[in-house]
Ligand binder design. Structure first.
Ligand code: AMP
Length: 402
């Protein structure tokens, strides 16, 4: 079965076409600047040259039409006809309490995604545009939605509730939902497979550290706590997000600086984190470079980032009464040798022993970076959220046939 995976943002649309026979990617690409003057379409067919075009794409339906025409193009295409696409999988950020797993799109599912617009005002409306665009271009093809929050629906009440008046949960569903669920699920399963151990026997701390960053405590294969909260702002220090802070800072700063709700939101989400402390960049590569050149602000930014990450690892070891496996994934987790080294150097009390040579090796495969004797296995597992979406879509749509 060929599955088209769509990840729609408000002005962008990423896609990957999978052949589920061998889970190979036939083509992938990105439509950027949808609704703006000159949209950019980048299409990478497997084994063929990449194409990039500027064209006018005013909304998502046209973007999907463009993608389908590239996928079937005589020169740059990888399939003979759109009919070869048997299912479409969509990434949706917020599934609220409705969705503990992926779902086949129908009227009820769409209503629920719409009801969650309030909780994810930047993301869910964009996903909805992606779904509508795919439906209007491929009306007879089943669509599946895969939620970033779904994996975390297994969290117990004591982990997902905030200690604020309960009426806010009852009336407005204020609670922890988490994010990066598809990634945490993928890397924790891949870690268990790599170690050839049943996931049910393992206590895993999954560290998804990219531009956004979150940690998850995975026990018996289920998320029991995660660092992102009702929104992706809570938890670790990130590229441009503050992560945890005293909530009283918000009204205090709003008052002192005469900021509006939107301004303070933007400050905490877009102008904080590594960017704010280093004053240079939100990109860990530049921070590391700055630190190595002796820049004091970059050094401080790195130290704060590492310190907070380590604090969360410690707290999740406490939550699970131990840890068997720590997994690093995403841009920083997969690539930053120096961050992993600093974190692991200070986790010896848990029984972590880093193998410095293994830590230096780069490969696109799951690998161990702890020593053979380390009590806690430390792994690097490249994440693949699109593959999870393609697999779930394939499973659900195959189920319709049986
Ligand atoms: P992601 O959100 O998973 O795509 O991760 C993006 C982030 O990964 C970038 O902002 C970089 O900070 C980080 N990154 C990528 N390559 C490296 C590297 N070699 N060393 C450190 N950080 C990296």
């Amino acid at each position: 079965m060929k599955v088209l995976v769509i990840n729609a943002g408000s002005s962008s649309l990423k896609y990957q076409l999978y052949d589920m026979k061998d889970e190979s990617v036939l083509a992938k690409g990105l439509v950027e600047r949808i609704g703006m003057d000159s949209s950019i379409v980048t299409h990478k067919p497997a084994g063929l040259a990449e194409v990039s075009e500027v064209s006018e794409i005013l909304e998502h339906t046209t973007a999907v039409r463009k993608v389908l025409s590239l996928l079937t193009d005589k020169e740059h295409g990888v399939i003979g006809s759109v009919d070869e696409i048997e299912a479409v999988g969509h990434r949706v950020v917020h599934g609220g309490e409705y969705f503990g797993e992926s779902a086949l799109v129908d009227g009820d599912v769409k209503t629920k995604i719409r009801q969650l617009f309030d909780l994810a005002p930047l993301h869910n409306p964009a996903s909805m545009m992606g779904i509508k665009a795919a439906e209007s271009n491929m009306p007879h093809v089943p669509q599946v939605v895969v939620f970033d929050t779904a994996f975390h629906q297994s969290m117990p009440e004591n982990a997902y509730l905030y200690a604020i008046p309960r009426v806010l949960y009852k009336k407005h569903k204020v609670r922890r939902y988490g994010a990066h669920g598809t990634s945490h699920e993928f890397v924790s399963k891949a870690a268990a497979e790599f170690l050839d151990r049943p996931i049910e026997e393992l206590k895993i701390i999954s560290c998804h550290i990219g531009n956004g960053a979150s940690l998850t405590a995975v026990q018996e294969g289920r998320s029991i706590d995660t660092s992102m909260g009702m929104t992706p702002l809570e938890g670790l220090m990130m590229g441009t997000r503050s992560g945890d802070l005293d909530p009283a800072i918000v009204p205090y700063v709003m008052n002192k600086e005469e900021l509006t709700v939107n301004e303070v939101n933007s400050m905490l989400n877009k102008h904080s984190g590594l960017l704010a402390i280093s004053g240079i960049s939100s990109d860990m590569r530049e921070i590391t470079e700055g630190m190595q050149k002796g820049d004091a602000n970059s050094k401080l930014a790195f130290e704060m980032y590492e310190y907070r990450l380590r604090k969360y690892i410690g707290s999740y070891a406490a939550v699970m009464n131990g840890v068997d496996v720590i997994v690093f994934t995403a841009g920083v987790g997969e690539n930053s040798v120096v961050l992993r080294k600093k974190v692991c150097e200070n986790l010896t009390y848990l029984g972590v022993e880093l193998d410095e040579e293994l830590n230096e090796i780069r490969s696109g495969e799951p690998r161990r970076i702890s020593t053979a004797n380390s009590k806690v296995q430390v792994l690097v597992v490249p994440t693949n959220e699109e593959l999870v979406i393609a697999r779930d879509t394939n499973r659900i749509v195959q189920g319709l046939k049986s």
